[in-house]
Structure formats: structure tokens, C-alpha cells
Design a protein around this ligand. Structure first.
Ligand SMILES: *[C@@H]1O[C@H](CO)[C@@H](O)[C@H](O)[C@H]1NC(C)=O
Ligand SMILES: *[C@@H]1O[C@H](CO)[C@@H](O)[C@H](O)[C@H]1NC(C)=O
Ligand SMILES: *[C@@H]1O[C@H](CO)[C@@H](O)[C@H](O)[C@H]1NC(C)=O
Ligand SMILES: *[C@@H]1O[C@H](CO)[C@@H](O)[C@H](O)[C@H]1NC(C)=O
Length: 483
């Protein structure tokens, strides 16, 4: 429920916080460096041993698990090689070797050669649905962040740090969460216009307008992407410019499942989940079944109007720039200036000829038609369900158990993550700059950044060299790329 709205159909990457992304990139670069190092190391060792007519030392020997002799690099030797033998390098080489399957010939299957042992020996924990070298790093990061957030609030802490620690503490206070139950969320749902399935005949249809609801969602910190995805991002054709980007809605379940309809096992599980959560919030089960069935159908229509993944690979097709007046003329039923003004921070002023990138123009056309044909009650049941569903993670155990049941069907995950992990994610995700700043103070090593920058610089230099020699690019574009 962060206030930034750049979240779209959340891929693994998009679900990371800025901090996590930054650290992931640094780690990836460091990992790359290690791979390059390992390659260099093995080349040197290979040359060395060829010269001596020896066989390559096996991986096991290099990590000291067996007792074969290793060519030693004594300081007294004349042909002393420039090898990194610091504890950091040795430990990294060790971890790379442990993930490799040296029995496989890299020319037959490089992936197996480089990662075979990782795939073979890793076990996915019950609270996760996948395991990657990144998630291993992420686990370590989580523990470091916990160290930061768990500290008592001190007088020296500046305000953002106090907020982050308080958020973590409230998230950890399960006693209070159980005591309050669904009440806090119920009162927010009322402020969002009320969830018809809970309000019954008291629900005020005259007050409902889907655009106004989006503005209220924005104000309360909920996603604004349930009908139409709104974000501000870098202009793909001019990276110095930031533009408004409109895309198809972010759905609660991916389009590829939803379009199969209720006969699909996962869609059926989604519907049952929706109904049960509504009941936990206090709805009557039969009413929930009837009303939410219509809201599900509405969501399925949104899915059906959306472009399938395989048609979203062509970036040119998704790049449809329009000025604000053009947009207004093409899609007249939505008051665009008002819409954007309400979603953007106050200090941002829209220019009257502001550029907007529309990813899927047909989607907005169809959305206009769909909204005019859908009863307001159905629209509201859908939107409020999304808000109610997005709040489940912050609620009491009865909600969380039902949520776990649902995610077991979807992903096979059978246990809820440790509470401290969730709370670390909540605090670092919502206040990423505050937590990130403390992370840098406590754990970040300046050298690591320098090394990563140097590595990137070198990769870039090589890239330019390669560009000079490729034959598939004409001279004009070559000049443009190497600038
Ligand atoms: C939980 O919150 C309540 C009310 O603010 C407070 O009295 C209690 O000490 C908190 N418990 C913990 C473990 O922080
Ligand atoms: C990119 O945008 C900037 C700022 O509007 C502009 O000055 C520049 O000419 C643009 N570059 C290209 C290649 O269009
Ligand atoms: C999806 O849309 C097509 C027409 O565009 C329609 O024929 C089909 O019935 C729709 N499917 C669903 C599940 O709504
Ligand atoms: C990508 O989309 C553009 C515009 O729709 C089209 O002209 C182009 O042929 C497409 N490219 C590919 C590779 O499909």
C-alpha cells in the first residue's frame, strides 16, 4: 500500500523495494565479477597445469574436500601470478564452485556446468515458492534489516528512522492486531465509499463514481491501478524525460488464468477466497456469493480486454504517445486533466500539452464501454474487494490462515513466513529511503560500490569495442550507441 504508483502487474522485480533492487543489482554485479574471476582463475590454472603436463585440479580438491594436491602459489615462486587470495576471494570462489557441476562438460550444457549443484542440492523452504541465488542473498539482507529495525528508538534517531521502527513494532505487535480484528480496515472501507457486499441496502449508489473512488484510493494509500494502470516512468525514447504512462488494469490474478473463467481450478479458488474473506469481514455468505460472482465477472471482462503477455513483448506496439488534448478527444468519457491532477502530487503541474504514453489504446476504448454498461454496485464491489483483499496481510490470524490456504493452492507455499520477515518487508518496503539510509550506515562497504562501478565501466568499454566491429548495425546507429 505504498504511495508510489509505479507498481504494475507485479513481476518479481517490481515487487522489490528500491533498496532491494539496488542491492540486487550490486550483488548481481559482484556475482558477475566473481564469475569472471573464476573464469580467469581457471584459465590461468589450466594454462599452468598444461605447462606442467598435470591434470586440472578437481572442484573438490580446490575447496579442500579431498586431499589431491593443488598447484601452490608460494610467494617465493618466480612466475608469481596476480591472483586474489584474500579471504573474500577464496570464500566467493568456494561458493561458486559449490554451485557448479564440474562433471558436466560446459560445451554440452553450460547451465548445468555453472549451476547444476545449486539446482540439485537446494531445497525450497515451506514458506517460499521458489529459491534463487538472489533469494539467498535477500534472506541475508532481511536479517541485517531486522537488526536495524529491532533496535529501540533512541533520542538521536531522526523522524524517518522513528517511523520505520514504529511501523516494524506495530507490525510485530500481534496481541494488539488480534485485539483490533478487522475494525480498522472496516472503517477505511467505509471511507472508500463502502463495500456494497457488507453494506447491503445501506450502500449509497448515488455517491459512487469509479473515478472519484480512484482519487480516494490514492489519498488513503491504496493502489490506483484496479481499473486502469497509472504510473510515471522514463520515456523509452528519451531517457532524460519522465512521462505519464497508462496501461491495462493490474488484476488480482494474472490475465492468463482469469480468461479461462470459473471452470479453471485457480479461478475457482480465487472466487472461494474472495467470498470467504468477505464473510470474515462480516458479509452474509449467500449475499457474498451472488454479488461477488458479478464482481468476478467484471474482473474477467477486464482480463479479457487486456493484451495477453505474448502480445506485450513488442515495445513499439506499447508506445503510443498522445498529448493531453488528443487523449481527451480519443477517450472523452474520462476527465483526464482532473484524473491526473488527483493522482499526481500537488506540486506537480500538468502542462496543457503534456505527453502521455498509452500502452494499449484499445483497452481504454473497451474500458469506457464496459464502465457505461456495468452497474455501479458491481464496479464498487470489485474495487472495494481489491482494497479489502490488499489489506488481508495486515490483519488477524483468522484472515491470515485463509490467505495461506489460498496461496497454497496458487503456489504450493504451505507456511506463513516468520513474522519478523514480513514486518521487515513491510517497514523497508514502505519507508525504503529511511531503512536504506540506515543500512548504508551500518553495513555497506564503500569499496564494494567502487568495485562495482569499476566493473560496470569495464563492461561498458568492452561493449563499445564490440560495437565497433559488429556487422549487423549501420554506421549511423553505431555512432549513436557509443555516445
Ligand atoms: C502492543 O501495543 C499495546 C498498545 O499500544 C502496548 O500496550 C503493548 O505494550 C504492545 N506490545 C508489544 C509487545 O509491543
Ligand atoms: C529529450 O528531451 C529533452 C528535454 O525535453 C530535449 O531537450 C531533448 O532534445 C530530447 N532528446 C531527444 C533525442 O528527443
Ligand atoms: C472475451 O471477449 C470476446 C470478444 O472480444 C468474447 O467473444 C468472449 O466471450 C469474451 N470472453 C469472456 C470470458 O468474457
Ligand atoms: C511491433 O509493433 C509495431 C507497431 O505496431 C509494428 O510496426 C512492428 O512490425 C512490430 N514488430 C514486431 C517485431 O512484431
Amino acid at each position: 500500500m505504498s504511495n508510489t504508483t509505479i507498481i504494475k502487474n507485479p513481476t518479481w522485480w517490481r515487487r522489490r523495494t528500491m533498496l532491494e533492487r539496488g542491492l540486487t543489482v550490486i550483488t548481481a554485479v559482484a556475482f558477475l565479477a566473481c564469475v569472471l574471476l573464476a573464469c580467469a582463475l581457471s584459465t590461468i590454472l589450466l594454462r599452468e597445469s598444461e605447462r606442467k603436463g598435470e591434470k586440472m585440479p578437481s572442484a573438490e580438491a580446490s575447496v579442500g574436500e579431498k586431499t589431491e594436491s593443488i598447484p601452490t602459489q608460494g610467494p617465493g615462486r618466480k612466475d608469481d601470478l596476480d591472483l586474489c587470495l584474500t579471504p573474500g576471494c577464496v570464500a566467493t570462489a568456494n561458493s561458486i564452485l559449490q554451485n557448479m557441476d564440474r562433471k558436466v562438460d560446459p560445451c554440452d550444457n553450460f547451465y548445468e556446468f555453472a549451476c547444476g549443484k545449486f539446482v540439485e542440492e537446494s531445497r525450497i523452504p515451506d514458506d517460499k515458492s521458489s529459491l534463487t541465488t538472489f533469494s539467498v542473498i535477500n534472506d541475508k539482507l532481511q536479517e541485517q534489516l531486522r537488526d536495524i529495525l529491532d533496535q529501540p528508538i533512541s533520542d538521536h534517531d531522526i523522524k524517518p528512522f522513528v517511523y520505520a521502527k514504529n511501523l516494524y513494532k506495530s507490525c510485530m505487535n500481534k496481541t494488539l492486531i488480534e485485539e483490533k480484528g478487522a475494525k480498522p480496515v472496516l472503517s477505511i472501507l467505509k471511507e472508500l465509499g463502502g463495500w456494497p457486499v457488507l453494506e447491503g441496502s445501506d450502500w449509497n449508489e448515488a455517491e459512487w463514481d469509479w473515478k472519484k473512488s480512484v482519487y480516494t484510493f490514492r489519498e488513503k494509500g491504496f493502489s490506483v491501478d484496479y481499473f486502469l494502470d497509472f504510473s510515471v516512468g522514463v520515456d523509452l525514447k528519451n531517457s532524460t524525460v519522465r512521462v505519464i504512462d497508462l496501461d491495462q488494469a493490474t488484476l488480482a490474478m494474472s490475465r492468463e488464468y482469469l480468461v479461462k473463467g470459473l471452470s479453471d481450478k485457480l479461478v475457482a479458488a480465487y472466487f472461494d477466497y474472495m467470498v470467504d474473506i468477505a464473510v470474515l469481514y462480516g458479509a452474509d455468505k449467500n449475499v457474498a456469493k451472488t454479488e461477488l460472482r458479478k464482481s468476478l465477472d467484471f474482473e474477467i471482462s477486464l482480463a479479457n480486454m487486456s493484451l495477453p503477455l505474448e502480445e506485450r513483448r513488442n515495445a513499439t506496439k506499447l508506445y503510443n504517445p498522445m498529448t493531453l488534448p488528443e487523449l481527451q478527444q480519443k477517450f472523452p468519457s474520462i476527465p483526464w486533466t482532473e484524473y491526473f491532477t488527483n493522482l499526481l502530487p500537488d506540486k506537480i503541474k500538468l502542462r496543457h500539452d503534456e505527453f502521455v504514453i498509452v500502452n494499449v489504446p484499445t483497452y481504454i476504448h473497451k474500458l469506457e464501454a464496459l464502465m457505461s454498461n456495468t452497474p455501479k454496485r458491481v464496479q464498487a464491489n470489485y474495487a472495494l474487494w481489491r482494497a479489502a483483499g490488499a489489506s488481508v496481510s495486515y490483519l488477524s490470524d483468522n484472515f491470515r490462515r485463509r490467505q495461506l490456504e489460498y496461496s497454497t493452492v496458487l503456489s504450493g507455499r504451505t507456511e506463513i513466513e516468520a513474522r519478523w520477515k514480513e514486518c521487515t518487508d513491510v517497514a523497508s518496503g514502505s519507508l525504503s529511503l529511511a531503512v536504506g539510509s540506515q543500512y548504508v550506515r551500518k553495513f555497506f562497504k564503500e569499496d564494494a560500490k567502487k568495485n562495482a562501478e569499476e566493473l560496470v565501466l569495464r563492461v561498458r568499454k568492452e561493449m563499445y569495442k564490440i560495437l565497433e566491429h559488429v556487422d549487423w548495425m549501420d554506421e549511423k546507429n553505431k555512432g549513436c550507441c557509443s555516445r
